[in-house]
Unconditional design. Sequence first.
Length: 202
Amino acid sequence: MKGFVVFSVACLVFGAGCSNGKNNVKEVEMAKKVMVSPLAGQWFQDSEMALRDEIAERCKGITAVRKKNVCAALVPHAGYRYSGKVAAGVYLRISPQNIRRIIVMGPSHYVGMHGKISVPDATHYATPLGELKADMEFIGRLRSLPFITHVPEAHTREHSDQIQLPLIQACLATNIPVVCMVCGQFDAASLVEAAGALRELV
């Protein structure tokens, strides 16, 4: 499986993309640039211990049944008090085995970007639980697509993608490269075209 991709739509996250192709990922050397989560202390706890306790509370009563070869998942992106249990339950039912990357796609709540998807200019994503490495090789290929851009304002307080990261760290894996993508508005034709281009890469 090349990757587990997460797409956020409204209050949902959708992940798709399986392949039996060979692993051709190459390490891309570049200066480290860390994107610190804008949600710490607002959408979730800002200390490691408090955040782990918060997530553990949401995981109570959930049986971790790790299913292999999961290509897609729908995960809510509201605050943990509202939908954290559902979101944690999704990740606890996915086996990280054979997943080469996790792509988190969420809608832009604060910045209008017609026909565009913004990818953070970062090599790592940091939460109170530590850092997740970005898949720079994949991001490099993404940036060749005409609808992929970098709009800094789209990432300064966006929660649709960032709310997923501590859950991924606590409930799924910490050693799988991640790609965060914030999506603007697409008309039907452009959406189909963009989806086709992304599918080729995933």
